[in-house]
Design a protein around this ligand. Structure first.
Ligand code: GAP
Length: 516
């Protein structure tokens, strides 16, 4: 199945099974805003909890914070977001469609890269075992020609971005004959900068009101509270402050479902360190965060690092952790070395000292910061996309049928176990309720008695429930039940008495955290 088709199926599945709905759907939706349904909210909570426990509970020198979304307007001047948090936009005069100029160029670069990879793939098929990939890449005229084109375009683009040269960015689009996908023409306007922050008014009387912004990143709530937390928590450098919460960006082109939303959630941690130690800690957090991702068992080959060519206004080094989505490798998390940019600027703009006295070195300094910043929604997408599978399965006494199953990591699954009495009679529901009442304190359980057991299994597969507990007539006689495993569909008979321990073993987050 083509990757685009899988992507569409995942979106449809998430809507059908209560994971993600378009925002304000009864009014035909709101651009790039989504609501999480009953199962989506559970899955999102579990991912958030996995992150929080891994960052805060597992690290003695990292503490949490929950800062306000609204912040003093000077915050955003100090952070550089008022002057530098913008994207270059361009309009096509024929289709009247608006695009991000940088994305048009990046998509064009991607196309050249795809052409090269296709050539290599074709040649690998042609030559079989004798294929020498490196030699082919170095000598094939088509590959070398495209490589040259790619390198030239990329360095021209990086230079133009670094200089914020909007005329040159437009010229690159014209010179490379990049056309609007709708009109097919290169009839472009000038490139303009567009600030991504949403603004609103504080106060009820408009003349007196102040323009404030919805935060475009959660990080600033941490920076402005750096000394509050350090002093009240008696924190010693190195230490971290972690926070999860909503962030808002007026994306010019919101696309690819929950990949690029206008309201989304971040999970960020700022790690305060001694100046001069930043590269060491940068590498440390890159590795540590990658380990967190890989511990989920979704496949080590699904991840890669991508070093930034173009650094954000606050960073002196930055890398993304990318995940292989059905739409290609995309950023899920960023690790940034932010130097003393933020604390230094807050000191300048507020006039308040943002410094730390280091008792180990007897020095006073503005700490440097390593940031780990992950998008909860993108993480959600990666878990769902990785788990989505369509399988042909054999059912006893019937022909093959198809099942759609979400093979989610059990610790993250919205429902951990379904409790299913085989029939609605003979006291089986009462026995099932007894089991529910025992397990519901520790696990999110679902009780279902409607429809055949096969249909109930399918419904649980579709929402990713790792275990189904079936209560049958034998259960009344010997206090045993069957556990049916989502992925293998195999079943085991076990004593009811052992269920809490078995479940704890199989779905606990502790097992994940132990891998870190
Ligand atoms: N404080 C640093 C910062 O905000 P960023 O790379 O702009 O860095 C961090 O954002 C993460 O937030 C990204 O890796 C991505 O997962 C998520 N993110 C950013 N913009 C997003 C959007 N429009 N929709 C969904 N997630 C987004």
């Amino acid at each position: 199945m083509a990757n685009e088709d899988i992507f569409k199926k995942i979106i449809a599945h998430c809507k059908e099974y209560g994971f993600i709905f378009p925002g304000s759907e009864i009014y035909d939706g709101l651009g790039a805003v989504y609501d999480y349904g009953q199962n989506g909210a559970e899955l999102k909570n579990n991912i958030r909890q996995y992150w929080w426990k891994a960052m805060v509970q597992m690290n003695e020198n990292i503490v949490g914070l929950d800062a306000a979304i609204f912040m003093h307007p000077k915050t955003w001047e100090a952070s550089g977001h008022v002057s530098a948090f913008h994207d270059p936009l361009i309009d096509n005069k024929d289709s009247k469609k608006r695009y991000r100029a940088d994305q048009l160029i990046e998509d064009h670069l991607q196309k050249i890269e795809d052409k090269i990879e296709k050539e290599v793939e074709k040649a690998a098929g042609r030559f079989g075992q004798d294929f020498n990939e490196q030699h082919f890449r170095e000598t094939s005229p088509r590959v070398t020609e495209n490589m040259k084109k790619y390198e030239e375009l990329k360095s021209r683009y990086i230079l133009a971005s670094e200089n914020e040269d909007l005329n040159e960015i437009r010229q690159i689009i014209i010179d490379n004959n990049i056309v609007c996908p709708i009109s097919g023409t290169a009839n472009w306007t000038d490139v303009r900068q567009f600030n991504l922050m949403f603004s609103t008014q504080l106060g009820s009387v408009s003349e007196e009101a102040n323009t404030i912004y919805l935060r475009p990143e959660t990080a600033q709530g941490i920076f402005v509270n750096f000394l509050n937390v350090q002093k009240t928590g008696r924190m010693k450098i190195p230490f971290g402050i972690a926070q999860t919460g909503k962030a808002f960006r007026n994306e010019i082109v919101a696309r690819q479902w929950i990949m690029r939303m206008r309201e989304f959630e971040q999970m960020e941690m700022q790690y305060f360190i001694r100046p001069g130690t930043e590269m060491e800690w940068y590498e440390y957090w890159k590795e540590k965060r990658m380990k967190w991702h890989k511990a989920l068992g979704m496949g080590d080959d699904k991840y890669r690092f991508h070093d930034h060519d173009k650094l954000a206004h606050y960073a002196n080094a930055a890398a993304d952790i990318e995940f292989r989505f059905p739409i290609g490798f995309k950023e899920v998390e960023g690790i940034h070395s932010r130097t003393d940019f933020d604390l230094g600027n807050h000191e300048k703009f507020s006039g308040k000292k943002m410094q730390y006295f280091d008792p180990d070195t007897n020095e006073t300094y503005t700490p440097y910061v390593i940031e780990t910043s992950i998008g909860l929604d993108r993480m959600f997408f990666s878990v769902i996309a990785n788990g989505y599978a369509e399988e042909k399965v054999e059912r006893e006494g019937s022909a093959k049928e198809e099942r759609v199953v979400l093979k989610l990591p059990p610790a993250l699954a919205p429902v951990k176990l379904a409790v299913l009495p085989l029939t609605r009679k003979d006291g089986l529901p009462d026995k099932a309720r007894e089991i529910m009442d025992r397990l519901k304190f520790d696990f999110n359980c679902q009780y279902e008695e409607k429809d055949s057991i096969g249909r109930r299994y399918r419904r649980q597969d579709a929402i990713g429930t790792p275990f189904c507990i079936t209560i049958d007539h034998q259960s009344l006689e010997d206090n045993t039940v069957t556990i049916r495993y989502r992925d293998s569909m195999e079943q085991d008979r076990v004593p009811i008495e052992q269920l809490p321990k078995i479940m704890e073993e199989k779905v606990s987050m502790k097992k994940l955290l132990e891998l870190l």
